[in-house]
Structures are given as structure tokens and as C-alpha cells.
Ligand binder design. Sequence first.
Ligand SMILES: [Zn+2]
Length: 219
Amino acid sequence: MIITCPECETRYGVDAAAIGASGRTVRCSRCSHSWVERQPDDLPPPQELPPPSRLDTGRRSRPAGTNLPALPREKKSKAPVILWSLVILTLVGIISTAVVKRDMIMERVPASTGVFDMFGLIPAPGVGLAIQNQRIKAIQKGGKRVVRIEGDIVNVSGKAAVVPRMLGIIRDKNGKVLKRWRFKPPLPKLLNKERISFATEVPPPEGSVTFVVTFDQRR
Ligand SMILES: [Zn+2]
């Protein structure tokens, strides 16, 4: 049977047998109002009740005769929805902050680069940097002929920029790649408009025609 608190109108489902033929004092677990509840004349068959969730089992002392299990009817709480909203809002906040501060974060935590990469926020390596004044010299080193490629890296991005690894490529006269090698830039980072010279030396394979240094696009 369903009983309703006369004070706050909270409805409870209770086993009618627990009320007893002569009625029983019950107490609202929400507002603590006590009243005498009587069985209805047309007693329905005893029903299965869901396990008590807001059962007022009370360790508090209470007046005699008020220990009736009082069960709230299904009242869906909005708490989970509110909680989820908070979680989502918090995540959005964290992501927004991270996007704004990503340069700073990457500087401090290089491992975070992968996370930003997932969101596609990282420009390709070397964007905002220019390689200028490339010069190629054939020199002798320890009796061997090596090619020395020199040039400048200039930061034209308008802000401090990370200098990626460098990639040297040698091709033959048909454009076929004969050799690729990677090397570290002289500085890991350049301030805006900063310029730094680089140099790399390799023994040229047979048939080398074009020599170029670029930024390594691998991460
Ligand atoms: Zn009440």
C-alpha cells in the first residue's frame, strides 16, 4: 500500500501487513512528521517491494511505535545528472586551458605532446621556421671526401618555436633518394626572429647530385 506524509506529501510504499489491523504510528523519514496510519478497507494482496534505499532505520532514538520501515516511492534523483554535468564542464575547462597554454605545457612536459597531437593542435614540425642560405661544400676529412651542408635556421613564426630534428636527403640525377640522415639542430628552440647556423657532414654516395636539408616530419 502507499501512504502519504500529511506534512510534506512524500509517498512511501509499505507492506500493509506491517501496519496491522489496528493501525500504527509511522514517521516520515524526510520531514520526521509522525502520524497514525491505518490499513485501508480494501486491502490489496501483499506486494514485493524493492530493497529499501532511504529506509529510516534510525540509530537516533525515536518515540515508541515509529519503527515502521518507510520506503520512498521511486523518485529519480537528479544528482547523477548534475554530477555528470560537473564532470563534463570540468573536462571542458581543462581542455580549454590546455589548448590556450599548450606551448607552455609542451615546454614543461614534453610527454604531453602526444596528447595534443591527438587533438590535431600541433603544427607540422618546422612550421614557422625557415632554412636559408644552404651551401654545399666538398671537403676532405681524414683522407675521405665528405659533403658539408651549411645553412641558417630562422624563426619567422612570430613567437618562440621548437626546432625539430633535421633531415638531410641526397638524390641522384633522376631524383631517386640515395641517402637520408637525421641530425640534431644546433639549438632545440629559437626565439622569435632568432637565427642559428647549422652544418652537417656525410660521405656522399656514388651518383649524388642534389643535397637538401629540411625538417624531419617524423615525431
Ligand atoms: Zn513528511
